[in-house]
Ligand binder design. Structure first.
Ligand code: NAD
Length: 483
């Protein structure tokens, strides 16, 4: 069984007497690796290493920093199958989706490497004679990258790539449910020519490792992806030093299906938006509002689609593997049961399941007759259960969509451009998809409103998070006197 070690200042640190965490394969329920629980002192060492390394890393020309990123991207590509197998083993994603995710990691690193020549400041006219105002874009410093378990590979890219090209260094903290991919990445960092201390990895509990990172005065930004509950704690802790936070948190994405939607295509898109990664995606379709004229047709076709969905060993060709852990499967079960108790109908699925007597599976589930105030329509499900409600008018649908503590993604299905444009103006979410599945692009800006987060990832706006502005007022008058 693999035993991973903390990666600090370019070296793996022997585990010694550190406490260890078992990592469990959710399909087999077997322990597949052990990772160290970093102590507060370990975290301080990692932060110190990143802090020292950042001083010289910031002086490396951006295009050379991009060269190191390209080297890392190539190493990831060369090891793509190992990453995919690791991902499936530790969090249950189907092997096909894990292969996609390993590909996104290298592509995302390349995307940000290509930004190296595009980071620009500004020169502004001054109110005074003989003066220039320069706005430099500077690296922010040391970034703490706190990660969730649901996209453990891709999230390495989101935390590392923009930071490094910007001139920042990073301390990564993977989730205890899926830390293996991050440690495999650290092995590649060790093999690469990247200077020591630029990327460090420390695992352990959020309440210890994540908390120590969030309160460290040497951390310039906490970039965290995870639940709203943990994000709120991080924000409070980071407030001690007024440390910047960029938080990508939970979602409860509404889907609005209008009477004129292409129902066959919509069913397929909504199915994919709900069931990918066994429903464990922040941008997933979490609640559907169908206009009354097409509700019966939509429900009938969605029932057939969900009944056709396959789940099982994620190394085989199935739509879904297991959920990441037992608690997650129980959470989904509780929400589905609460919906039934509140008067909804479970049309298919609705139970935890085992495959060959093992695994934290949950049946692909459809729940109809939901009302807007039911728990299942308000709390993040984060699993393969789709609740459906109906509506009469667009106003009603938009009102219900917006009446939510979360504000990450949303979607609308219609062939009427007027309806689409009005919805885009009135739906108050960070992202809206029209007539397609929920899935963001590298060049977009993945950012939630309300309790879905603060700050954002991807594209030029995402890179801005990793930079700070240094404004310099330069009076050149004295230099030109008498010349
Ligand atoms: P989580 O909040 O339980 O954990 C996320 C990370 O935060 C982990 O590394 C955890 O150890 C750490 N953490 C927990 N408490 C902490 C504390 N007090 N201080 C510092 N760090 C702490 O989330 P999860 O269960 O791993 O992931 C699922 C959640 O992530 C869902 O809510 C999902 O919507 C969200 N998510 C959001 C996005 C996005 O882009 N908005 C993407 C993926 C997942």
């Amino acid at each position: 069984m693999k035993q991973y070690e903390l990666f600090i200042n370019g070296k793996f640190i022997p585990n010694g007497s550190r406490e260890m965490t078992d990592v469990i394969n959710p399909a087999t329920e077997e322990v597949i690796s052990r990772v160290p629980k970093a102590t507060v002192e370990d975290v301080e060492n990692a932060v110190d290493a990143a802090y020292e390394a950042q001083k010289s890393w910031a002086k490396v020309p951006a295009i050379e920093r991009a060269g190191y990123l390209m080297e890392l991207a190539q190493l990831v590509k060369d090891n793509a199958e190992m990453f995919a197998q690791t991902n499936t083993a530790e969090m249950g994603k189907t092997i096909a989706q894990s292969r996609d995710e390993a590909g996104w990691l290298s592509e995302y690193i390349i995307y940000f490497a290509q930004m190296a020549r595009h980071m620009k400041g500004e020169i502004l006219p001054s109110d005074r004679p003989n003066e220039n105002i320069f706005m430099y874009k500077m690296p922010i410093g040391v970034v703490a990258g706190i990660m969730p378990w649901n996209f453990p590979l891709f999230l390495i890219g989101r935390k590392v790539a923009p930071a490094l090209v910007a001139g920042d260094t990073v301390v990564l903290k993977p989730s205890s449910d899926s830390p293996n991919g991050c440690y495999e990445f650290a092995k590649l960092v060790e093999q690469s020519s990247l200077p020591p201390g630029v990327i460090n990895v420390v695992s352990g509990a959020g309440s210890v490792v994540g908390d120590s990172l969030s309160k460290s005065p040497k951390i310039a930004m906490v970039s965290m992806t995870g639940s709203t509950e943990a994000g709120r704690k991080i924000m409070a802790t980071a407030a001690q030093n007024i440390t910047k936070v960029s938080l990508e948190l939970g979602g409860k994405a509404p889907v609005i299906v209008m009477n004129d939607a292409d129902i066959d295509a919509t069913v397929e898109h909504v199915f994919n938006s709900r069931m990918i990664n066994c429903g464990q995606v922040c941008n997933a379709a979490e609640r559907v509002y169908v206009q009354e004229g097409v509700a019966d047709e939509f429900i009938e076709k969605m029932t057939k689609r969900i009944e056709k969905a396959t789940y099982g060993d994620p190394l085989t060709k199935v739509d879904m593997g297991p959920m990441v852990n037992k608690a997650q499967a129980e959470h989904v079960d509780e929400l589905v049961k609460s919906a039934a108790a509140e008067g909804a109908k479970i049309v298919c699925g609705g139970k935890k399941a085992k495959v060959d007597g093992k695994g934290f599976y949950y049946e692909p589930t459809l729940v109809t007759g939901c009302t807007h105030d039911m728990t299942i329509m308000r709390e993040e499900i984060f699993g393969p259960a789709l609740p459906i409600s109906t509506f009469k008018t667009l106003d009603e649908a938009i009102e219900k969509a917006n009446d939510c503590i979360y504000g990450l993604t949303s979607s609308i299905y219609t062939q009427d451009t007027d309806v689409m444009l009005r919805a885009l103006n009135e739906i108050h979410f960070g992202e809206t998809y029209v007539n397609r599945e929920h899935f963001e692009a590298f060049q977009g800006f993945h950012a939630g409103v309300r309790q879905s987060g603060i700050g954002g990832d991807d594209g030029e706006h995402g890179l801005e998070e990793f930079l700070e502005t240094h404004v310099c007022y330069v009076d050149y008058d004295t230099k030109t006197q008498g010349k």
